[in-house]
Design a protein around this ligand. Structure first.
Ligand SMILES: Nc1ncnc2c1ncn2[C@@H]1O[C@H](COP(=O)(O)OP(=O)(O)OP(=O)(O)O)[C@@H](O)[C@H]1O
Length: 322
């Protein structure tokens, strides 16, 4: 990799982004006495190292896409700086952009090209010549080889997403940004995509991933930042985050409805409920409380906490603190 190794792949330095407050929303304050605004991002700072696989997580509206838009130079921060391998995304845009491969959330494509042409065009945009060998590798690695001559209009949504990934990687960027790349995507594409991205990561490419699939983040990311209402509320190695959570989870399958005070402490998915449980005493207490509420228990399981449990715990703590 050409960049000097001590530089972070990405550095977010005190990023704040203010938007006008939509009518009827009570959130936020006033910037400089003008129209009311709210902070979609509020002093966000963290670095991603070269070669790191980093996860950016947060509920809807937390500010993930806004942060990525600022990184990609599509949106301007109200204050703060972002650098990509030392290049500022505002003052040194061309250099920063050429080091980034951004896979956007939305399916945007040119309907007049076939797949190979779209990739050649994108190579030209980045000034990369004689790129056929890498384009072939992208087509192969992303399961697109059979569609190389298909027009973009004829592709299914999943295939279009593969092309978007290939387009973002066509200039072999050292920093790869994936904004919810697997939303609504089938198992096969997920596996193809992760295999290919993991290969690039092993070869030294840094990856920034946003996803709502926490099991993917847990499996792939070595470090994770959690955003809530524009602020970083957790920034840790994934292994440390998992250790910090309640060590176990009591999972029950129930018949009936939990009383609200118990439901508020559980993760409820239909008939399945899960309680964070530090020790055997907590497990006994939850079981007794469920029984006392007259709710029938059909299945009981005690398992280790996963990233989703941590996420719910961190977001819950933030809610209580607020
Ligand atoms: N152009 C805009 N004008 C005004 N408000 C905006 C604009 N873009 C985003 N927002 C607001 O900023 C906040 C952060 O939005 P953002 O899309 O970054 O969240 P997100 O974490 O990516 O959410 P999701 O998981 O739903 O994609 C939200 O409250 C959103 O409504």
């Amino acid at each position: 990799m050409p960049a000097s190794t001590h530089l972070p792949a990405i550095s977010f330095q005190s990023i704040t982004k203010r938007y006008p407050t939509p009518k009827g929303v009570a959130r936020g304050g006033q910037a400089g006495g003008g129209a009311p605004t709210f902070a979609a991002l509020d002093g966000v700072s963290f670095d991603i190292a070269q070669g790191e696989f980093f996860g950016l997580l947060g509920p809807n509206g937390a500010g993930k896409t806004t942060l990525i838009s600022i990184l990609a130079g599509l949106t301007r921060a109200s204050s703060g700086h972002v650098t990509v391998l030392g290049h500022d995304v505002q003052t040194d845009y061309a250099a920063a952009r050429s080091l980034l491969g951004v896979v956007p959330q939305e399916l945007v494509f040119d309907p007049f090209f076939n797949v190979r042409e779209a990739l050649r065009f994108q190579s030209g945009y980045f000034g990369v010549k004689n790129n056929e060998a890498w384009i072939d590798e992208l087509l192969e690695g992303l399961g697109l080889a059979g569609k190389a001559n298909a027009n973009m209009r004829q592709l299914s949504g999943g295939m279009k997403r593969r092309v978007l990934v290939a387009q973002a990687l066509v200039h072999k960027p050292p920093v790869i940004v994936l904004d919810e790349p697997t939303a609504g995507v089938d198992v096969e594409l997920r596996q193809t995509l992760w295999q290919f991205v993991l290969r690039l990561n092993r070869e030294g490419h840094a990856v920034l991933l946003t996803t709502h699939y926490l099991e993917e983040a847990e499996a792939l990311c070595s470090r994770i930042a959690m955003l809530k209402q524009g602020r970083v509320v957790a920034l840790e190695r994934t292994s440390e985050l998992l250790k910090s959570a309640s060590s176990h989870v009591l999972r029950l399958k129930i018949e009936g409805e939990l009383p609200p005070e118990l439901a508020a402490r559980a993760r409820v998915t239909g008939r399945s409920v899960q309680f964070p449980a530090q020790d055997a005493r907590a497990i006994e207490d939850y079981l007794a409380a469920v029984r006392a509420a007259g709710v029938r228990v059909d299945e009981v399981e005690i398992t280790k906490a996963d990233l989703e449990d941590v996420f719910i715990q961190v977001m819950g703590e933030q809610r209580e603190a607020a």
